[in-house]
Ligand binder design. Structure first.
Ligand code: ADP
Ligand code: MG
Length: 291
């Protein structure tokens, strides 16, 4: 079971869009995928057409111990399950503040379902609080979406410090495996400048023992595509809403890359001809992969 937290404490960079559509792409290729919505705004839950206002148990109930993860994860498509968020998740951080072991509740819950899914993707809230710590304690991989923006890397060092702290104190297996450029526009120099900066930063960390020393930039850049912004309001993934648009092509190629470590689709390669594919993602050898 491969576990990935999609994290950037900045809002609006493409976390939820990435989780929804990468998960949809994985499930379409037959990979059993669970997504966990850790953001009280419940955008992922709503995007996948699940109800965030029911009394049915979700991630809040799993964190507070009133439901088990196996029954709270609901099937939303073939091969796709969601452990949904609801507004009461807002209170979870303060409700759990005196709980012993509060950072590892989600990890313990995932231990109960190991083997039932091939991929678990966690959509993190735009903060570095207790919910995000639970995500970081529960996974082996972090995927950081970045939106090319002149302040794109502002806050980056705090994000990485938090990851390093969690790695050294609670989760030695934690690695930043990839950074994905979202809302990429190859016509603007800003997009390539931000990419260059990240590339330089990652190269400078190559020989260090930092948890991002093996990270790569996902060789598929998710292009800005209005269809990706429209699909959520219909409760549809991009593959249901507009299966031939650039957004669908990019997220399918990204899922392929996650699965195989290489870029398989020639069309996505040529669409991204302005940058060569980098090396495959560092696979977490410590994890068994069922299925
Ligand atoms: P986050 O979860 O990091 O807050 P979202 O995934 O919700 O970010 O994306 C922020 C906004 O940008 C949403 O309205 C989303 O629909 C839109 N969006 C995300 N990715 C793209 C893209 N590649 N092209 C166009 N719009 C996008
Ligand atoms: Mg979000």
């Amino acid at each position: 079971m491969r576990t990935i937290a999609v994290l950037n404490q900045k809002g609006g960079v493409g976390k939820t869009t990435t989780v929804a559509n990468v998960a949809a792409a994985l499930s379409l290729t037959g990979v059993r995928t669970l997504v966990i919505d850790l953001d009280p705004q419940a955008h992922l839950t709503i995007h996948l057409g699940a109800d965030s206002e029911t009394d049915a148990p979700g991630v809040y109930d799993v964190l507070t111990g009133s439901a088990d993860i196996g029954s709270a994860a609901i099937p939303v498509r073939e091969n796709l399950w969601v452990l949904g968020a609801s507004i009461n998740l807002v209170g979870a951080e303060s409700e759990l503040v005196n709980e012993v072991g509060r950072e590892i509740i989600l990890r313990k819950a995932l231990d109960h379902i190991r083997g039932q899914y091939d991929y678990v993707l966690i959509d993190c809230p735009p903060s570095l609080g207790l919910l995000t710590l639970n995500a970081l304690a529960a996974v082996t991989e972090v995927l950081i979406p970045v939106q090319p923006h002149f302040l794109a890397l502002q806050g980056f060092s705090r994000l990485l410090q938090t990851i390093a702290l969690v790695q050294s104190r609670i989760n030695p297996a934690l690695q930043v495996t990839a950074i994905v450029m979202c809302m990429f526009d190859s016509r603007t120099s800003l997009s390539s400048e931000v990419r260059e900066d990240i590339d330089k930063f990652l190269r400078s960390a190559r020989d260090s023992d930092a948890p991002w020393s093996k990270a790569t930039i996902v060789p598929v850049h998710i292009r800005r595509n209005i269809k990706l912004a429209e699909a959520p309001s219909y409760g549809k993934t991009i593959f249901e809403y507009e299966p031939t648009c650039n957004g669908a092509i990019d997220y399918m190629a990204m899922a392929d890359w996650l699965l195989t470590g290489t870029l398989q689709q020639p069309h996505s390669l040529s669409a991204h001809a302005d940058h060569a594919p980098s090396e495959p993602p560092p696979h977490t050898e410590t994890e068994e992969h069922e299925g």
